[in-house]
Structure formats: structure tokens, C-alpha cells
Design a protein around this ligand. Structure first.
Ligand SMILES: [Zn+2]
Length: 219
């Protein structure tokens, strides 16, 4: 059950739904068939595992991009995406996705999942949430990973893409840093010990705002 209109009313089924919340899920086209709870492999987190299917294949989706004829449904496979956590419980969405093929042998493709983040096995809603947490500047990558149930490496990749989108322009020669709106007036430089105490890192900060401008290994 979903709507792209934030002020829309939501139709709740008359069947028995004692104890269930019906709220927008940000999962357009997803129909849930069941849910069960389990504990993750580490034993530290509970997971709501939600299974379901995508809406019917539309005529538009079935058009072969090569010959324009109607493609057929070949088979389907299940894909699991991580979704917005519910408190400390992670949500996993497992959706059956059909494979389409052209009888003339031109083309085979998996249906695209409208709520899947472009490059990751997470939902677009979870990706936006991670970006919001990163933009707040209040949490480390590890804290966000723990809160959302994805790996710190993935949080880092999302942050890199977010920063690149915000602070670089795409040119023929590749990404180029945007010119900042303001420049720092006073810079401060300092070095500090890393974890084992034998290695150092150096950082440069804006003395007025305290923002870290540059950081690197070594003195
Ligand atoms: Zn074709």
C-alpha cells in the first residue's frame, strides 16, 4: 500500500488486521504476501522478512527494444533488498522479479524494480534515509551502518556519490570540483596519532568554523 501523494488517504482492508499498522511503504508496485520475524546471523538484530511480488508486467515493459515485438516472461528469481528499519528491527524485502525475453532472440532482461536504489541491493527509501543521516553530520559511517543494517563500506559508497553530486560538475574531462561560494579566512594545521600510536595523520581546518578541509596520512 503506497502513495506518492503525502497527503493522500490510505485504503485499509476490512479484513481482520488486529495489531497491524497500515502506513505508506515507499514501495511502488510491491504487493506483500507474507511477513515473518527472524534473528540475523550475528544474533544481535531481529529482522522482519517481508515477501511479495511486483505488479503485473505492463505492455510497455514487454516491448523488445530491438524489434519492438512483445517479449515473453521466461522465469523469475527472488531478490532481497534492505529497507527502512523499524526501530532496531531491520526490514528485508524479498521480491520475485520476472525475466523477459524476445522470441526472436534479440534481448533478455530482468524487470527493473521501481523502488530499488540504482547500484545497490537496498530500496530507494533506505538510500535517501542514509543520505539524510550523512548530511546531518552527526554520525560516523559505522554508526549509520549499525542503525540501518547495511555495511559501512556501502554507507561510504553512498556518501562518496552524494558528495560528488553536491560538489563536482561532470565535464568531458571527468568530474571537476565546483568553485566554493565562500573561502576560508584562517587555516589551522595539526597532526595527530592514529590507532597504534606509531603512525600520524595531518589535517587542515577552517579556524573559524572548525570544518575539516583536508586530511591525509603522515606528518
Ligand atoms: Zn526482439
Amino acid at each position: 500500500m503506497y502513495s506518492t501523494n503525502s497527503s493522500a488517504a490510505f485504503q485499509v482492508s476490512n479484513e481482520s488486521n488486529n495489531g497491524l499498522l497500515f502506513i505508506p511503504s515507499s514501495l511502488p508496485g510491491f504487493t506483500q504476501s507474507g511477513v515473518y520475524s527472524r534473528i540475523d546471523a550475528s544474533g544481535n538484530h531481529s529482522i522482519y522478512q517481508c515477501d511479495g511480488v511486483l505488479c503485473e508486467v505492463t505492455d510497455e515493459e514487454r516491448i523488445c527494444p530491438v524489434c519492438g515485438q512483445k517479449m515473453h516472461i521466461k522465469s523469475s528469481r527472488s531478490i532481497t533488498l534492505r529497507h527502512l528499519p523499524f526501530g532496531f528491527t531491520y526490514i528485508h524485502i524479498t521480491v520475485k522479479v520476472q525475466r523477459l525475453f524476445c522470441e526472436n532472440g534479440h534481448h533478455t532482461q530482468m524487470r527493473s524494480i521501481p523502488f530499488r536504489a540504482q547500484k545497490h541491493t537496498i530500496t530507494t527509501a533506505l538510500e535517501s534515509y542514509i543520505e539524510d543521516l550523512l548530511a546531518s553530520g552527526c554520525y560516523t559511517l559505522k554508526e549509520i551502518a549499525e542503525r540501518t543494517g547495511v555495511g559501512a563500506h556501502l554507507v561510504g559508497e553512498i556518501d562518496k556519490a552524494r558528495l560528488s553530486r553536491l560538489y563536482t560538475d561532470q565535464t568531458e574531462l571527468g568530474p571537476v570540483l565546483k568553485k566554493p561560494d565562500t573561502c576560508s579566512r584562517y587555516l589551522a594545521i595539526d597532526e595527530f596519532k592514529l590507532h597504534n600510536g606509531h603512525k600520524y595523520a595531518t589535517h587542515i581546518i577552517d579556524l573559524e568554523t572548525g570544518h575539516v578541509l583536508w586530511i591525509a596520512r603522515g606528518k
